[in-house]
Design a protein around this ligand. Structure first.
Ligand SMILES: Nc1ncnc2c1ncn2[C@@H]1O[C@H](COP(=O)(O)OP(=O)(O)OP(=O)(O)O)[C@@H](O)[C@H]1O
Ligand SMILES: [Mg+2]
Length: 450
């Protein structure tokens, strides 16, 4: 968990927001109007008391009633629009991000998937993306909270700076508490993340390896182990709720203290005729509105931290370059005749651990070749190199005299077929699986192939 505002992540998210610019603006505007309305309501009350009640003017009271109604309608509309437009942007960003991620993962080299456990890729494309769901909402909300905080402070200082300063004297205490809370909450959220990752990993492993588990009768041991991990997850969550649970009452208490100060001090001033009682009432309302954004900001802070961390993880994946990329001047592979040539080919997955060394081999069109060797000798590796799952690290492979790196991968691979060691069935029927590469294949052709 890092900072709550990561400029790089935010900037890149904004590029995803581009298609929803107008919705984002609408959401922003709605939030602004809402904030202004919310800050101004006590002001109306103040005027009502000062200008109508104190002066005993009934018609002014009626006017104010109407104005109040107007503000209430605006309040309603702004709030409604905010809840319509914000998810529109947020969900839109998620939509584009998911599509982008899916497409990107399809292009990455097989060796990436060999190195990276499926669970980790899944967690980035699922839970990390989900973490981002509320980011836009949070960002807008935080801006609104800061604005309403500033608005309230300014209005209070403007109306009566003495009373305002007294009310705000509890703020340092609040920040102290919030700062303290932040530290613990942060640690506690990290603990939850770790715990859930471990629980998910265990699920993943056990389900993938369920046949081994059953054949070795490991169920009881595994359950016991899982129970421990799950318990840690539970404990972490309970600890977190104790922290969050503590926050609300503390803020409420401070609000109460501040309110008491206004009543006692403000009341004394009213009795001394040093203060209009309308101001006192308005202050009481502002105080209530004042603590809410502060509490929101504290909560949003940790949520934003999590979102930024998720953003970093997502863009890490999106920034991965496929290891095999077409050369800028790559040509289309002409129809293949079938002469395959390995010229002093060397290859490694991990630098320093050579898998293939100095391979020279010529396979003529129409020729059948079998590679025989002990397990791990590099037979599969050699074949996948022709398919350009990876590029050779030494020498070159040519097909009909074309170096594989000089043609586009697509034009090459579309003229080849490869049957893998571990067959994988996609969901659907056997027929659909046979048809996977050629969706237009006729039923007869499928029967033939089967
Ligand atoms: N993606 C990879 N990343 C790192 N090392 C790999 C990767 N794939 C294979 N290897 C290693 O390369 C070597 C050759 O593996 P390869 O799968 O080509 O052997 P093989 O001859 O096909 O074996 P088998 O008979 O078991 O199919 C092995 O030592 C293997 O551990
Ligand atoms: Mg093999």
């Amino acid at each position: 968990v890092g900072s709550a505002y990561d400029h790089k992540v935010v900037m890149r998210l904004i590029t995803y927001m581009a298609p929803y610019k107008r919705d984002a603006m609408a959401a922003m505007a709605a939030v602004l109007v809402y904030t202004v309305a919310s800050v101004s309501i006590p002001l109306f009350l103040l005027f009502g008391i000062k200008w109508a009640v104190n002066e005993g003017e009934m018609w002014r009271l009626h006017m104010l009633g109407l104005a109040f109604l107007g503000v209430a309608v605006i309040y309603f509309a702004a709030n409604y629009l905010q809840f319509v437009y914000m998810p529109k942007v947020g969900q839109g960003v998620l939509f584009s991000l998911r599509t982008h991620m899916f497409n990107h993962l399809q292009r990455l080299s097989p060796s990436f998937f060999h190195r990276t456990p499926v669970g980790r890729i899944m967690s980035r494309s699922q839970s990390d993306v989900l973490q981002l769901q509320e980011t836009f909402e949070l960002m807008v909300q935080s801006v609104a909270d800061l604005l309403s905080l500033a608005g309230i402070v300014i209005v209070m200082l403007f109306i009566d700076w003495r009373l305002a300063l007294v009310c705000m004297s509890v703020i340092p205490a609040l920040f102290l508490v919030l700062g303290y809370w932040q530290r613990f909450a942060r640690r506690s959220f990290m603990r939850i993340r770790r715990a859930i990752a471990i629980v998910n990993g265990e699920y993943n492993q056990n389900i993938t390896g369920v046949r081994v588990v059953e054949s070795l009768n490991r169920q009881d041991e595994n359950l016991k182990h899982f129970d421990e991990l799950n318990q840690e997850h539970l404990d972490a969550n309970l600890q977190a709720s104790r922290f969050s649970g503590g926050l609300q009452p503390i803020v409420e208490t401070l609000t109460g203290i501040s309110m008491g100060v206004v009543v006692v001090l403000g009341g004394t001033m009213v009795l001394d005729s040093a203060l209009d009682w309308g101001v006192m009432v308005a202050f009481a309302m502002w105080i209530q509105r004042f603590f809410e954004p502060i509490r929101n900001l504290t909560m949003q802070y940790s949520q934003l931290q999590r979102a930024m961390a998720a953003g970093v993880r997502i863009f890490e994946v999106i920034d991965l370059k496929p290891e095999v990329e077409d050369a800028p001047d790559a040509i289309e592979m002409p129809p293949i005749n079938g002469e395959i040539k390995f010229e002093s080919v060397g290859f490694h997955y991990v630098p320093g651990i050579e898998v293939l060394q100095d391979i020279n081999l010529v396979i003529n069109p129409g020729e059948n070749v079998a590679l025989v060797g002990s397990t791990g000798a590099g037979k599969s590796t050699l074949v996948t190199l022709i398919h350009r799952f990876a590029d050779v690290t030494e020498g070159k492979i040519t097909v009909d005299g074309h170096d594989l790196r000089e043609v586009t991968r697509k034009s090459l691979v579309s003229q080849m077929s490869m049957v893998l060691q571990d067959p994988y069935l996609f969901s659907g029927t056997v027929k659909e699986n046979i048809r996977y590469r050629h969706e237009e294949a006729s039923d007869e052709a499928i029967v033939d192939a089967a």
